[in-house]
Design a protein around this ligand. Sequence first.
Ligand code: NAP
Length: 247
Amino acid sequence: MKRILILGGTGDAANLAASVSNLQNIEVITSLAGRTGQPAMPQGTTRVGGFGGTSGLAVYLREHQIDALIDATHPFAAQISWNASVAAHETGIPHLMLIRPAWEKSPKDLWIEVDSVEAAATNLPVLAKRVFLTIGRQQLAPFALLQGIWFLMRSIEPPASDLVVPNGEILVNRGPFSIQVEERLIQDYKIDAIVSKNSGGDATYAKIIAAQTLGIPIVMVQRPAMPLGDTVGDIENAMIWLMQTLF
Ligand SMILES: NC(=O)c1ccc[n+]([C@@H]2O[C@H](COP(=O)([O-])OP(=O)(O)OC[C@H]3O[C@@H](n4cnc5c(N)ncnc54)[C@H](OP(=O)(O)O)[C@@H]3O)[C@@H](O)[C@H]2O)c1
């Protein structure tokens, strides 16, 4: 029996857990950070909560006799990815990163590419008065400092009550979203710019197409640096890596 730990919190991680669960003689454990109150539970075993940094993760890998570690966290969850890389190196456990490809800018896109959420906030005053913020609920604070801008903020769960929230309206909703829905939102709320992370994938790409069609600029936050190491862009290749690594 082999045991796999998937670092999760994404649709890709849940789909990977489902594929691995179909294999004989492999137990799959998915780890969730515990940020979401009612997460979609992946197939197999689930554990929830931080490990206690790199050393805590290394202890977990040893104690649970993990045979392979697959980091399928969100491309913007950089801390856990660096921790995973270091812990895998320390313990000698095979380690893979499943990172879906970033969206690529097309000639039709009006993107202002920035390195951080904070940089996105500093770009807005010269750009827009009514902004669609699609970066989740954890990093809203930099936008609360901006005077004279109204925000439509979409997230899977509402921001915690102790967080600073910018002026505007909160929309609680989970993707995937259709192009029609995104166009309606942009038009009904008279949105004149969007802020997005370059998350990649299909589930939230409709807003990019809607912005193209309506000629709306997107302040696009680029991905953080990730560790070097074995990397694949989809579940099919993650499964190939797993079979080659374990058998
Ligand atoms: N950042 C985003 O935009 C985004 C978007 C969608 C989903 N998510 C998901 O939400 C989770 C948290 O994201 P984040 O950006 O806050 O992460 P992060 O900044 O990279 O990680 C912060 C800390 O949270 C804990 N952690 C993160 N992911 C974990 C996991 N899968 N299992 C156990 N502990 C985890 C770790 O705590 P310890 O040091 O104590 O181990 C880590 O050091 C991730 O699982 C990610 O896949 C993030």
